[in-house]
Design a protein around this ligand. Structure first.
Ligand SMILES: Cc1cc2nc3c(=O)[nH]c(=O)nc-3n(C[C@H](O)[C@H](O)[C@H](O)COP(=O)(O)OP(=O)(O)OC[C@H]3O[C@@H](n4cnc5c(N)ncnc54)[C@H](O)[C@@H]3O)c2cc1C
Ligand code: FES
Length: 277
């Protein structure tokens, strides 16, 4: 990143409608030099700028090895994301980034990796899943657990099927409410921790999604013998500058934009889940 305050123009190479409220923008910088220079780590995010409307933090979901384009999967929430949903192939947006601290891939190497996500929470981990799958021999067993409230909320069904066919990979998808055509499990995904062949001393966990879900997952994983410093989570807070200056994303003594969004549980356990933080 040359200037962290300056949005660089990127073209929408492809737009994919994932569900009625979720879409993916596949982007490429219009300046070739910027495109070559740009690189990111799984778990980092970009500030996506809709010209004349505003900027929002969005995780990067592609594999860092994919040099052709960078993907953002976005849920329509409010003003900016609603506007981004109208952007068509060939149109341009501004990109600042990448920002933040991503997943601890150095610590994960040689370990079993447990990924626990809820809702669209899986966006920040898609990149790390792709990363592990394309460098399979550097990691131990990969377990992907995804929980959704309703069967209709599940994105990327094909990806879960594909991941479940990969060697040494276990995929557990569960919906609180299933349905006739639902091929996966029914019930809270955390209740399925007991079925895992978890080796606590050899495992690293990466989580994202609703904080209540992560809180419950951490509690159970600690009971199962995992330690604080091997539990990682991606946090979300309102962001403006993304470089630790404006204070909008302050979380206790840290800034989610610069010190996170990925934190080890032992770094935030005194405030995690507490009202007011
Ligand atoms: C590091 C990081 C990564 C993110 N990655 C993604 C991603 O990959 N895909 C994606 O769709 N979204 C992601 N988000 C969330 C996204 O940034 C917000 O949904 C977006 O900023 C909303 O902006 P808006 O202008 O559309 O809505 P606003 O008009 O700003 O907000 C509309 C409503 O949504 C609430 N809201 C705003 N932001 C959030 C939030 N983060 N969580 C819960 N409620 C919120 C507001 O309080 C308000 O009630 C990420 C956020 C962070 C901090
Ligand atoms: S967004 Fe400004 S300090 Fe984090």
């Amino acid at each position: 990143m040359i200037n962290p305050y300056l949005p660089y123009e990127a073209e929408v190479v492809e737009r994919i409608q994932e569900s009625s409220t979720i879409f993916t923008l596949r982007l490429k910088f219009t300046d070739d030099e910027q495109h070559q220079r740009y690189s990111f780590a799984p778990g980092q995010f970009n500030m996506v700028y809709l010209y004349g409307v505003g900027e929002v933090p969005i995780s990067i979901v592609s594999d860092p090895g994919d040099e052709h384009c960078y993907d953002h999967t976005i849920r329509v929430v409010g003003r900016v994301t609603r506007g981004l949903a109208e952007v068509k192939q060939g149109q341009r947006v501004g990109i600042r980034g990448p920002f933040g601290r991503g997943w601890p891939l150095d610590k994960a190497e040689g370990r079993d990796v447990l990924i626990v996500t809820g809702g669209l929470g899986c966006a920040p981990v898609v990149s790390v899943i792709n990363y592990i799958i394309s460098r399979r021999d550097r990691f131990g067993r990969l377990t992907i657990m995804q929980g959704v409230k309703h069967a209709d909320d599940l994105l990327w069904r094909e990806r879960y099927k594909l991941w479940s066919q990969m060697p040494d990979t276990n995929v557990i998808v569960a919906a609180d409410t299933g349905g006739k055509q639902w091929p996966w499990r029914v019930g809270p995904v955390i209740a399925m921790f007991d079925e895992l062949e978890l080796v606590p001393a050899a495992t690293i966990a990466m989580m994202c999604g609703p904080e209540g879900m992560m809180h419950a997952a951490i509690k159970r994983l600690l009971e199962l013998g995992m330690t604080d410093e091997m539990l990682f989570m991606s946090m979300e807070r309102n962001m403006q500058c993304a470089v630790g200056h404006c204070g909008h994303c302050q979380y206790g003594g840290q800034f989610v934009c610069k010190d996170g969004p990925v934190f080890a549980y032992n770094e935030i356990k005194d405030i995690f889940g507490k009202k007011g933080f």
